[in-house]
Design a protein around this ligand. Structure first.
Ligand SMILES: N[C@@H](CCC(=O)N[C@@H](CS)C(=O)NCC(=O)O)C(=O)O
Length: 217
């Protein structure tokens, strides 16, 4: 049985999509009709009651499948299901704590700030404040990426000395800031890591399959 990833091009599915390609495991992509609000349909909500993208159907070895949503949960589930990949330090091994720290920082701190940037109208009561909310989110995201850049000055990847699923999450988050006045790709260590990740065949396949055009970040 194969995994199924419900997606929309460039959405939060991109990180799990890169992980699936890197793992080389069988999977199918299920395109959601965002314009038709398919992610708010009863069928999708039965899988993912948050009505957000992505969702992963993960097969069980004994048949059937399990639904996983929340991008970082999907990434962790994939990495832990395939420990031979090395895409996450195993529980109980050195580096697991640092890996979890950065995976959770990216998903708990940086990713939600993008909700304000991309959906500012949901974060204000007065429509006159929409532009300010968006600008404030951009400024805060720049501060967050500056911290990530300082961290990346100390090691090659964000959460370990080798690629982990956290790097795919970081690449996706950097991409989402590509229209900023000071895009995170311009930070030296962030830019260096993004260039390296974008050169990986698995990453290129995921971008191509989602139909994402340059500039990628
Ligand atoms: N915490 C969720 C957030 C996912 C998320 O915000 N997805 C966006 C697309 S990138 C979405 O579904 N937007 C449509 C909506 O909120 O209705 C996760 O990491 O999976």
């Amino acid at each position: 049985m194969a995994y199924t990833l419900f997606y929309f091009p460039g959405n939060a599915n991109l990180a799990p999509h890169m992980a699936l390609e890197e793992l080389g495991v069988p999977y199918e992509l299920a395109l959601l009709d965002r314009a038709g609000a398919e992610h708010k349909s009863a069928a999708y909500l039965a899988r993912n009651p948050t009505g957000r993208i992505p969702t992963l159907l993960a097969p069980h070895p004994d048949g059937g499948d399990e639904t996983v949503f929340e991008t970082a949960a999907i990434l962790l589930h994939l990495a832990d299901n395939h420990p031979e990949s090395g895409l996450a330090p195993a529980p109980g091994t050195p580096g697991r704590g640092r890996f979890l720290t950065w995976l959770f920082h990216l998903t708990n701190t940086i990713q939600p700030e993008y909700r304000v940037f991309y959906y500012p109208e949901q974060h204000v009561t007065d429509p006159a404040h929409v532009a300010d909310a968006k600008a404030t989110a951009e400024r805060r995201l720049c501060e967050m990426f500056a911290l990530v850049d300082r961290e990346l000055a100390t090691r090659p990847y964000i959460a370990a000395d080798q690629v982990t699923v956290a790097d795919f999450l970081l690449l996706m988050l950097v991409r989402w800031g590509r229209t900023f006045t000071h895009p995170p790709r311009d930070l030296p260590h962030v830019g260096r890591l993004c260039a390296e990740l974008l050169a990986r065949p698995a990453v290129q396949r995921a971008f191509e399959q989602e139909g994402l055009a340059a500039p990628f970040v």
